[in-house]
Design a protein around this ligand. Sequence first.
Ligand code: BES
Ligand code: ZN
Ligand code: ZN
Length: 495
Amino acid sequence: MEISGSTENYRNLTVQALAVPVFAGEKAESGLLQELDAATGGVIGAVLSTGEFKGKDGDLAYLPLGNQADLPARRILLLGAGPADAYRYPDAARLAAIAARQLRGKKVATIGFTPRIASADGVAAAAQGAFTGLFDTDTYKTTGQDEKGAITHFTVFQSDLDADALNAAVSRGRIIGESINFTRTLANEPGNEMTPSDMADRARQMAEEFGLECDILDEARMEHEGMGALLGVSRGSEEPAKLIVLKYTPAQPAENTGELLTFVGKGLTFDTGGISLKPAQDMELMKYDMCGGAAVLGAMRAIAQLKPGRPVLGVVPSSENMPSGRATKPGDIVRSMAGKTIEVINTDAEGRLILCDAITYARKLGAGRIVDLATLTGAVVIALGDVNTGIMGNNQEWVDEIIATGKEVGEKYWQLPLDKEYTRQLKSDIADLKNVGGRKAGTITAGAFLKEFAEGVTWAHLDIAGTAWGDDAKPFRPKGATGVAVRTLIALAEK
Ligand code: BES
Ligand code: ZN
Ligand code: ZN
């Protein structure tokens, strides 16, 4: 799909369809809507006065126009934008995505869209939405593609920006949108197509394409580093684990770049549970247990192109969790790279085991300000569903900054308390720690486990088990991997 910006009069765009956000209760009495109303002989005003379309979030009105309309476009799509005072640029991204998906379904090929926000952020969001909205999960379908339709050109209209600012914003939105889709593509791949080696290969290719430093540790190097926790998880698998390390270094670093910003993402390419085997029901979904790692790779892909002024490190431990004659057994003790011994009570609590060594290795590479993200616990799905990502950390300012950044970019976080009392649940009789803390507060005890490996650094943990996967299709995206947290990570790097 081609994408471009335009400052031409909106109604004169030579596209097949115009897509227009309409605020709650808005009438065709001024500005853009009035102009469109005049050009369509009163169609817009008529629709807005019927009460069928109120501009509510989720409202849609698709209006095919006859030849009498005084517009190059032959169709208009009105999109409910909700109350004008609550409308922000992430809403523009969502509406652009809905417009692109809807109109593709109508076999429209060229679209004009206005974010109705007079800023570069609004334009970038619209461009981003066009890409994320058209994302599909039909890579493995051998039939049916012809009926799908295809958007060939998406034009973002905004007359309040000059051409340079407009083009820069469009290309920024494209980078972010394509990077979110990169994350989703990795995450949707089935386990047989996305082994740790495959994940490492994709990371290496991406790093070469966009100019990131890349180092992939194999199991021999992990052994040498003493990563017994990570290696204990991959023991049961025929597929060797990989530790992916990516580094972005700015050509001209900003004055004071502070502590080294570091993203650590769980890249568990398939989680059977190991010897503590999961039930068969829904186990196929455990291919998405590498969404944290995929989000780190997607964010690094965008960062490499957006070129913020501070360096960023990305670390992704990638492994399979399988049962076999060699697999780690409940009760086994592993020695982590940090030196702490861990009694593995449940081999299904493997995410924290691969993350703790990744965090320790990141620290060895100079990490000072860490965000780790992981599909870590089923408990967070019960607590927060697919709406909020669970967040906790050892530094309230850092947690607050991530929550605030998420709010700006349209990603929701809800903090869970990480009081030291929870750490007691991880006491082992014979080792420094055990890897599970019982039934109570499962998401928090997972965080408490990781906290033990983040002493002395600024650290926050995001549990994306509920938000990384959409069980149902939405008007703005298909069912499957959502690419959650990619926007937050990019925005943190740009702060
Ligand atoms: N990958 C799972 C967590 C998960 C569950 C992600 C559902 C997405 C959806 C993780 O490795 C796991 O199995 N956690 C266990 C921990 C328990 C054994 C303490 C869980 O949540 O049941
Ligand atoms: Zn597990
Ligand atoms: Zn897992």
